[in-house]
Design a protein around this ligand. Structure first.
Ligand code: S3P
Length: 175
């Protein structure tokens, strides 16, 4: 079974996902890293060379491949992963989906100082990033909100996330 971490760029999917996997004794995959390793090029190069639609195709293939892996995993997705085609349904069929919800002000302040190159935010200052995240959230919230669990992501620790997931499992097992 797979635990999928969903949410906007800057929501902490990888920062929390990796230690969560360790805490839960699961293997860990960051979907962007998986794509980069398979492609032998960075996400921003993929965007430059084959555009966003090409990237979305690779992202979908990576999601399908990883959903077929045997064993217990935590998978941190990209911010746009749940919002294309039936990606959200694929994740829900193969595991537990958790949406880390944060407001755009917090996300923008994290993203403005992030080192990783994010093609959708290239060249934007703090205000530009906030405006872009606001418009992405309007588009994406309907997909994110289909997750099994929505968690307030501000100040969320790995231990908090662990407790939320394991108590959700307890509830499901009692049903
Ligand atoms: C994207 C988010 C990125 C990466 C790509 C597109 C998005 O991942 O997949 O740049 O559409 O929001 P992170 O959410 O890990 O930054």
């Amino acid at each position: 079974m797979i635990i999928y971490i969903l949410g906007s760029m800057g929501s902490g999917k990888s920062t929390l996902g990796k230690p969560l996997a360790k805490m839960m004794n699961r293997k860990y995959i960051d979907l962007d890293d998986y794509i980069e390793q398979q492609q032998g090029r960075k996400i921003h190069q993929i965007f430059e060379e084959i555009g966003e639609s090409g990237f979305r195709q690779l992202e979908r293939e990576a999601l399908i491949q990883t959903s077929q892996l045997e064993g217990d995993y935590v998978v941190s997705t990209g911010g746009g992963t749940p919002c294309k085609g039936d990606n959200m349904e694929i994740m829900k069929e193969n595991g537990l989906t958790i949406y880390l919800k944060l407001d755009s002000g917090v996300l923008a302040s994290r993203l403005v100082s992030a080192k990783r190159v994010r093609p959708l935010l290239a060249g934007l200052d703090l205000e530009g990033i906030k405006a872009k995240i606001d418009s992405l959230l309007v588009e994406r919230e309907p997909f994110y909100s289909k997750a099994h669990i929505t968690v307030e992501g501000f100040c969320l620790s790995t231990k908090d996330l662990y407790t939320i997931i394991t108590s959700y499992d307890d509830i499901k097992n009692k049903e």
